[in-house]
Design a protein around this ligand. Structure first.
Ligand code: NDP
Length: 289
């Protein structure tokens, strides 16, 4: 079926640098079709040096809003009019909403992760103990999301100072919820392991994050933010150890659905999550928001 762009068609999209690999246009255009909206979702390669001009363009051209991905997420907050608590907390924005020229920034990564985790069969988080691998942008969103649900989070990252800085930031907001373990070192008994590093991401699919010895023995739930490949070496090892596992496809779809709910002003329950999952599920050639 040919997509007809009319004089009424409104534009929404994703910015990144590079952005050509992004799965978001496929996923969001499937969602827009399912919702019957006369909107189109496009990818824009925005180098960091042109970010301020791009932001002015949202107002000037009356775009509905945009998703923002690597390496722009952390650069966007100071350029917007208002920020959600979550975006302020993690210092990053993945969704800009144009409210009649007033630009609001939000981050849907943490809520998308929680939604995906629940759907994957890990609904109870209060009082649980999680090992979070990584301390980059997505790990920040996951750490605050888990701590906000009453989970204690042990953060382990190759660069330990970054793990400590993230734990300190989480503890300022949620006292005593975060601590640090050395990379590959003992983290105690955990209920949940989350990989928020890029280790295992295609084309380096043989790579695997360093796990504390015996951490899979107690069969924690293992969530890998990576979805290309669909089963990383970490997930394979966890599955073989008898753990329940999930890849990052659910998070990709839910953070997108949450963005769409913000742009449309409709409830999350009306977002076509199945169509979005289906659009990105088959063979995912590359990964990225
Ligand atoms: P960042 O670049 O912000 O962080 C990368 C993390 O990976 C850091 O903790 C870094 O450690 C670690 N890392 C990278 N290379 C190595 C290595 N060789 N050895 C040990 N650690 C390493 O990336 P993001 O947080 O944005 O993304 C992380 C992953 O999450 C990616 O695979 C991304 O595709 C995925 N993702 C999935 C989403 C989804 O919706 N499913 C959403 C967002 C991200 P160090 O600090 O030491 O450099």
């Amino acid at each position: 079926m040919t997509r007809v762009i009319t004089g009424q068609t409104r534009v929404v999209g994703v910015w990144g640098h590079p952005v050509g690999h992004s799965r978001s246009p496929v996923m969001h255009n499937a969602a827009l079709a399912a919702l019957g909206l006369d909107w189109v979702y496009a990818a824009f390669d925005v180098p960091p040096a042109r970010l301020a001009e791009a932001i002015a363009g949202v107002r000037g051209l009356g775009l509905v809003g945009v998703n923002v991905t690597v390496p722009l997420k952390e650069l966007v907050p100071p350029l917007l009019d208002t920020l959600s608590d979550e975006a302020r907390r993690i210092g990053a924005v993945n969704t800009i909403v144009n409210q009649d020229g007033l630009l609001h920034g939000d981050s849907t990564d943490g809520r998308g992760f929680l939604k995906a985790l629940t759907e994957a069969g890990q609904p109870e988080l209060y009082g649980q103990r999680a090992l979070l691998l990584g301390a980059g942008g997505s790990a920040r969103a996951v750490a605050f999301a888990l701590a906000g649900e009453g989970c204690t989070v042990v953060i382990s990252n190759r660069t330990e100072q970054k793990a400590q800085a993230l734990a300190d930031a989480v503890n300022r907001e949620f006292p005593k919820r975060a601590s640090v373990a050395g990379w590959g070192e003992d983290a105690g008994c955990v209920d949940l392991v989350v990989n928020a590093t890029s280790l295992g991401l295609s084309p380096d699919a043989e790579a695997m994050p360093a796990l504390p010895p015996g951490v899979l023995d107690t069969r924690p739930f293992v969530y890998d933010l990576i979805y290309n490949p669909l089963e990383t070496r970490l997930l394979q090892a966890a599955r073989e150890a008898g753990c329940r596992v999930s890849n990052g496809l659910g998070m990709l779809a839910w953070q997108g659905a949450l963005s769409l709910a913000l742009w449309t002003g409709r409830p999350l329950s009306e977002m076509p999550i199945a169509a979005m999952m289906q659009a990105v599920s088959p063979a995912v050639p590359k990964q990225g928001l």
